[in-house]
Structures are given as C-alpha cells and as structure tokens.
Design a binder for this molecule. Structure first.
Ligand SMILES: O=C(O)c1ccccc1N[C@@H]1O[C@H](COP(=O)(O)O)[C@@H](O)[C@H]1O
Length: 214
C-alpha cells in the first residue's frame, strides 16, 4: 500500500489542483498570521470549496481559541483540525467534543526525551503528526524545513494513525518512509520554491516518491 500524502500550507487554487492531481489525500491550510502560508478564513473557504470528496481538508492552527475555531468550522468545509501549538491533552478532548471533527495533534521531536509526548496524546487525538521540534526562538512551531532523527520513531506502534513531518522533500521522503515505516507523510517547505510559494513540479515529485516508496 502506498503512503498517503498531506500537502500543507496551500494558498493558491492552482497548487490545490496540483496537489489533488498528484494524488494527495490531505490538503493543509494554515491559520497562523506569522506564517508565510497564512490564509484568511474567507480565502480558505474558497480554496476548500472545490476539493473532491475523498481528499481531506485540514485546518492547521496554533493555540487557537474557540473564536477562531468557531469561524473556521462554521465558514469553511473543513474535515479535520490540526492543533500545532502547545495544546494539552485536555484541550484536544475539548476541541473534539465542541466541533465533532477529527483532531490531529502535532508533536515536536528533537531528541529521545520528546518521544514520551507521543504516548500522552495517542489515546486522545484521532491522528498524530510527528514533526521536528522548532528551534528555540523560532517564529513558527512547524514549517521550518527541519528534520529530526527518524530512528527515534522507527517501527513504533501507537494506537492511532500518525503522519511523519519535518524537512521532508522529494529527495528524502522515500528513505524516511523506509526507515520509519510511516504510512502517511506531511510536507510544506519541501515543495516550495520560496517560503510560502508552492511549486507544482515539486508537489508532483513528492507525491510520486511517497507513493512509490511504501
Ligand atoms: O507551514 C507552516 O507555516 C506552519 C506554521 C505553523 C505551524 C506548523 C506549520 N507547518 C507544519 O509543519 C510541517 C512540517 O513543515 P516542513 O515540511 O518541515 O516545512 C508541515 O507539514 C505543517 O504540518
């Protein structure tokens, strides 16, 4: 079975089409003003509107309050909420109950001590996104094009689906899948020509490499 791909940080309808055409199973939209990939709720609603059934539309937020989540859920056709900040397990449970949508919790990994965080969320989130921890002082908690040591999650089992992220590119995604056994992978800056500018050819190359790898 080939690995499912999430293309994150989409802000242009041409790149949404490119990701769908390339076979991405998840499309990510960033609601975080510090990000070069930030989209407004209205723009995200337009981008999500024509996405075919079977391709999940994911809203990425960072420590979002209910006011923002209420707007995203009521004004767009989002399928899944990605919590990419310092949200607690209790907040994950609260968001799931409030919106009735699946929640994917991102966990940043820099070293062996961080792997325990995964256990903490595996029982409460619908999916996990295992990403590289952002460097201290970074503006963004993700989307920095940084990898972690993939051996830390090699052939691990958790009781919910998980995605590998962090510094993945068309050139390294096959090796990342082979080493970790990931069945799902997520990419943002690795398919861009400049921060926030997606590249159709890189999107296609990434999806092809991930699909061929598993
Ligand atoms: O992409 C962003 O701008 C972003 C902002 C805030 C939190 C998370 C963000 N991106 C997520 O991080 C992963 C890894 O990114 P990269 O491939 O290393 O650039 C990305 O897939 C998003 O889920």
């Amino acid at each position: 079975m080939c690995a499912s791909v999430k293309i994150c940080g989409l802000s242009d309808p041409r790149h949404v089409d490119a990701a769908v055409t390339a076979g991405a199973r998840y499309l990510g939209f960033v609601f975080f003003p510090k990000s070069p990939r930030n989209v407004s709720v209205g723009h995200a609603a337009e981008l999500m509107a024509d996405v075919p059934v079977g391709v999940a539309k994911v809203a990425l937020t960072v420590n979002a309050d209910d006011v923002l989540l209420d707007r995203i859920v009521s004004e767009t056709v989002v399928d899944m909420l990605q919590l990419h900040g310092a949200e607690s397990p209790e907040r994950v449970v609260e968001v799931k109950a409030r919106y009735g949508l699946p929640v994917m919790k991102a966990i940043g990994i820099a070293g062996p001590d961080d792997v325990g965080q995964i256990e903490l969320f595996a029982g409460v989130a619908d999916q996990l996104l295992i990403d590289a921890k952002a460097p201290r002082g970074a503006d963004l908690p993700g989307g920095n094009g940084i990898s972690f040591d993939w051996r830390l999650v090699q052939r691990k089992y958790w009781p919910c689906p998980w995605m590998l992220a962090g510094g993945l590119t068309p050139d390294n995604v096959a090796e990342a899948i082979r080493l970790t056994g990931a069945k799902q992978v997520d990419v943002s800056s690795g398919v861009e020509s400049a921060p926030g500018i997606k590249d159709d050819r890189l999107i296609a190359a990434f999806c092809a490499a991930a699909q061929a790898a598993a």
